[in-house]
Write a protein of this length. Structure first.
Length: 76
């Protein structure tokens, strides 16, 4: 949740998160591995019903991102 953030701003935050995770090596035992993340972004007007709908739409586009090759941001 990013209160007071419009869809464009949320997409920018999500893109930065993807880039940071992609660029950060993680230690697993003696090995260094990298990870990626897919993120679904949707906007809400703030009312409870709209927020539940936004979460549903974000989940739908998250799977769209995963099916399109992962390591990306998708938005509704």
């Amino acid at each position: 949740m990013l209160p007071q953030t419009d869809l464009e701003g949320a997409k920018e935050v999500a893109e930065r998160m993807c880039a940071t995770i992609r660029a950060t090596p993680y230690r697993v035992g003696t090995k260094s591995v990298t990870a990626t993340v897919s993120i679904g972004v949707a906007a809400s007007g703030g009312r409870a019903e709209e927020m539940f709908d936004a979460i549903r739409r974000a989940d739908m586009v998250l799977y769209k991102a995963k099916n399109a090759g992962r390591d990306q941001v998708a938005w509704a």
